[in-house]
Design a protein around this ligand. Sequence first.
Ligand code: MLT
Length: 399
Amino acid sequence: MVRINENYLRLPASYLFSEIARRAREFQAANPDARLMRLGIGNTTEPLAPSVIKGLHDGVEKLAHVETYSGYGDEQGDAALRRRIAEVKYGERGLAIEPDEIFISDGAKSDTANIQSLFDPFAVVAIQDPAYPVYVDTNVIAGRESFVSMACTEANGFVPSVPSIHADIIYICSPNNPTGAVATRANLEAFVAYALANDAIILYDAAYECFIRDRDLPRSIYEIVGARKCAIELGTFSKEAGFTGVRLGWTVVPKGLAIDAKNPRSVNELWNRRQTTFFNGASNVAQSGGLAALTPEGRHENDAIIELYMANGTVIREGLQSVGLTVYGGTNAPYVWAKCPAGYDSWAFFDKMLDEAHVITTPGSGFGPGGEGFLRLSAFGHPESIRRAVDSIRSNVRL
Ligand code: MLT
């Protein structure tokens, strides 16, 4: 009899967002007339920008002709797209990232899940608490048992200090999912200094960097001196260009990552080996759309959509504040982090929002014990649905 990977038994029975979807379905079945409003998973709702649609059409059109048809592409991604990401996301900001340090993928979630496979199974992993569940779950599946929890609390503005003990791998997400907090330059400098002193690697999840409006806040870990020696950065088109369904992301693995000097192969080479073995490259059509998203017109159009989501964030923040809730985030991030009223834990407040306002949210405790007592609300949505949801909370939730 084949034995399963018993590490799966160490995970919660279902993935957070699957559990929320299940509860929402159950509620809908029991209340068929209720019109549910979704502020749960951070799922984009606005149509793709016209330039991106054209880029996708161009990608399809190429597949229609023998002269331009392409089958498998480079596993690392289309060279032109790697160059454009290097230029637009890093070069323009004065950051030196080479195209061959950029690996295109089918989205940041896959890379975030897979990147840990490059490291020792006994590595000590430091993770923010609360955090995007993929960080913990994938390390548990890989059999890792040594975790250092970095508490994100109201007291530290949800940005933790560096661990007080040794860690090998450090996950940082900024702007943060779920709290909406953004690490300052000083915060990131402390993490880079810690990583260099501990021969550790930072896995920097920059999925929400496009929501940073405050020019003093860093948008890439590579803005910090020394980060090229200790940090991998994960980026995505999902939130910035509405590719949650199209699927496209990238990971930066600097060639000079100074990890474990005894090892004969660089992390960049290992990730290349991993991707060429497990992955056949992102969709060529999606990559054509990604190229278009990073043209001046594409960026301009996408900025307008990002602004729309940011305005939703303000509506949610102000709506929740007006009913007396304490809220965080939602200004340089698409997530609002609301404190549950006295007497409610995260799931109880989730149920209350669902039962009384018909609004789906995400219970903070789903992101780790540190999220208990909070609820996350996503600013991704049509403005009118967001307004309806906030009005419903104001009129129907009895606090
Ligand atoms: C979230 O809601 O936390 C994210 O949308 C999930 C994801 O990006 O995978």
